[in-house]
Design a protein around this ligand. Structure first.
Ligand code: RTP
Ligand code: MG
Length: 181
């Protein structure tokens, strides 16, 4: 230290008081509802080795993974899951399809996660799905459209309960969370 920089004898250097850092997000997305939504990589997606592709999209987007498993969907579960379509001509085929081979079931969390996932999936009929969406990039047929996503917060709650035990969902904090606020 230079002699001129020394505090005068008898005077103590004053150190600025340390203050807690105020973290204020640029955009307070807590004003938007944080939701959980069910995503299935359907049997065609698993067979076509698209599991990683689907996970990557949600992970890179910034959604938060709280549940993940590879399962065979039991017929009774499939019938409950697609109960809204029970009267439709494609119902039997839909249940056959979703129970024919393993699926990957996931729960993703984030602000407006239900709508965000649906937007990223693209339209039900891949012919109408925008390029850049999962179906728009990876599917050509309405029957084999790679992914399922809950279509409302109410359905998401029902579907989470149908596919996951509470203990299978993991509460954890990602170290990148503050960079997504
Ligand atoms: P998902 O439930 O699988 O996420 O699909 P989604 O909401 O986009 O479409 P939804 O109307 O719930 O239909 C469920 C699945 O049934 C098949 N589907 N086939 N042949 C047909 O007209 C027809 N319509 C629907 C699709 O595989 C759709 O994903
Ligand atoms: Mg649906």
């Amino acid at each position: 230290m230079c002699s001129g920089c020394r505090p005068a004898p008898g005077r103590r250097r004053t150190v600025p008081e340390s203050r807690p850092v105020q973290r204020r997000p640029l955009l307070d997305w807590r004003a938007v509802a944080v939701q959980r939504t069910l995503v299935l990589v359907k049997p065609d997606g698993v067979q076509r080795a698209l599991i990683g592709e689907v996970i990557m999209r949600f992970e890179r987007r910034g959604l938060h993974l709280v549940g993940l498993k590879l399962i065979r969907v039991e017929r009774a579960v499939a019938e409950r899951h697609y109960a809204e379509h029970a009267a439709k001509p494609f119902f039997a085929g839909l249940v056959d399809f979703i129970t024919a081979a393993p699926v990957v079931a996931m729960v993703w969390e984030g602000p407006d996660a239900v709508a965000m996932v649906r937007t990223m999936m693209g339209a039900t009929n891949p012919a109408a799905a925008a390029p850049g969406t999962i179906r728009g990039d990876h599917a050509v047929s309405i029957g084999t459209n790679v992914v399922h996503g809950s279509d409302s917060p109410e359905r998401a709650a029902e579907e989470l309960a149908l596919f996951f035990e509470p203990a299978e969902l993991v509460d954890w904090e990602s170290s990148s969370a503050r960079w997504l606020e």
